[in-house]
Write a protein that binds this ligand. Structure first.
Ligand SMILES: [Zn+2]
Length: 107
């Protein structure tokens, strides 16, 4: 069985998670603030979401699944429950990202 790149690079993934947490950003899916103090497993706790699913790394031009899993531009913070609802659907998130980009450009 192939190892999951999300977990095979435990230390690098932990660093990425810490980096993302330190940004203190709201949920990329619903736009509501995230309480970063909540224990993992809580429905509203912080979870790292890959914008482009790691399993489709080839499609998105990554050199390897690991490269996709560790790309800082490929992760966003979400609530655990929002991420679960999103599942593997891709169309939803880029809309939010595009809106955020437009807003930041208008400022
Ligand atoms: Zn959310």
């Amino acid at each position: 069985m192939a190892t999951n790149p999300r977990y095979s690079n435990g230390n690098a993934r932990r660093k990425l998670r810490t980096w993302l947490r330190s940004q203190g950003l709201p949920c990329a899916i619903c736009g509501q603030p995230i309480d970063y103090a909540l224990p993992s497993g809580h429905p509203l706790s912080f979870e790292v979401d890959e914008i482009r699913p790691v399993s489709r790394w080839r499609e998105f031009g990554y050199a390897s699944p690991t490269a996709a899993a560790l790309d800082r531009t490929n992760v966003q913070p979400t609530h655990r429950i929002c991420n679960e609802r999103k599942g593997k659907k891709l169309a939803f998130v880029p809309t939010v990202t595009r809106k955020a980009l437009l807003t930041s450009r208008e400022r």
